[in-house]
Design a protein around this ligand. Structure first.
Ligand SMILES: Nc1ncnc2c1ncn2[C@@H]1O[C@H](COP(=O)(O)OP(=O)(O)OP(=O)(O)O)[C@@H](O)[C@H]1O
Ligand SMILES: [Mg+2]
Length: 247
């Protein structure tokens, strides 16, 4: 089993405190994301789940704590990295809302996500994405605003993948999707993970998300409340009773 407390975590949120101006929302949150794992943060509305990701992107304020990326021993201070440079260090983000450019075509949305490393090529990566998501290829020249909710979510994910991320940060990837698409989404996340991309997600659909996760965290009132192996949390009576509700 992956040891979440390992110092070898690819991505770590360490005792993070912050919020919005004078309003403190995060009261010391610690999250460890081992390389190649899927880690999920669950918790009630307003617990501060999105705020963690927003803090990383400077949409929320940090008052103390740190966020680090450890790529094979090379440690980067994520909070000292400008949001627009995060994709070039290997951190991809799919926000909870407004995660595509509706006025741009599907193709242009994908181009925006591309990051030029030494050995990669826009066309190759885009072709790869089109193979994975044939619907996006069919609509390549259409405005993204014409896509359905499920297709938009797919595009948002595809755009993040255009930067060849080491880790994807996903805020409520299943939000607003029809039940059949939710199944597809979680299957897709497992595939993305198997292709070598580490995943940290925030999800309301806690049961489904934890079931595919190596490790899970329950956040409440801006603090860590519980943590454990993802699948085991789904069966933990205390967690189910308080945080997951009845099936
Ligand atoms: N821009 C903002 N200014 C002030 N307070 C905010 C702002 N954005 C969010 N909040 C507050 O911060 C708290 C945490 O919000 P956050 O969005 O992180 O919760 P969440 O756990 O993601 O909830 P949800 O499950 O509803 O998405 C909430 O009380 C919210 O009202
Ligand atoms: Mg949220």
């Amino acid at each position: 089993m992956i040891n979440s407390n390992s110092d070898q975590a690819l991505f770590s949120v360490n005792d993070l405190q912050g919020g919005y101006g004078d309003i403190q929302i995060l009261n010391g949150v610690t999250i460890k994301v081992p390389d190649q794992s899927i880690v999920t943060i669950v918790g009630p509305n307003g617990a501060g789940k999105s705020t963690i990701l927003k803090a990383i992107y400077k949409i929320a304020d940090v008052t103390s704590g740190s966020v680090t990326l450890n790529k094979n021993g090379v440690i980067t201070d994520v909070l000292a990295t400008k949001p627009h440079n995060l994709s070039s260090i290997g951190v991809g983000y799919v926000p909870q809302i407004e995660n595509i450019f509706p006025a741009l075509s599907i193709e242009e949305n994908l181009e925006v996500g591309f990051v030029n490393f030494e050995n990669n090529n826009l066309e190759t990566i885009r072709d790869d994405i089109y193979q994975r998501y044939p619907d996006l290829k069919i609509k390549a020249k259409d405005r993204a605003g014409t896509l359905s909710g499920g297709q938009r979510q797919m595009l948002a994910m595809a755009r993040a993948l255009m930067s060849s991320p080491r880790i994807l940060l996903l805020d409520e990837p299943s939000a607003g999707l029809a039940p059949a698409l939710v199944d597809q989404l979680f299957e897709e996340l497992v595939k993305i993970n198997k292709s070598g991309v580490t995943i940290l997600m925030v999800e309301q659909n806690a049961r489904r998300a934890l079931a595919i996760s190596d490790y899970g965290y329950v956040l409440d009132m801006g603090k860590n409340r519980h943590e454990g192996a993802g699948a085991s949390m789904v069966d933990d009576p205390e967690i189910v009773g308080i945080y997951l509700g009845k099936k």
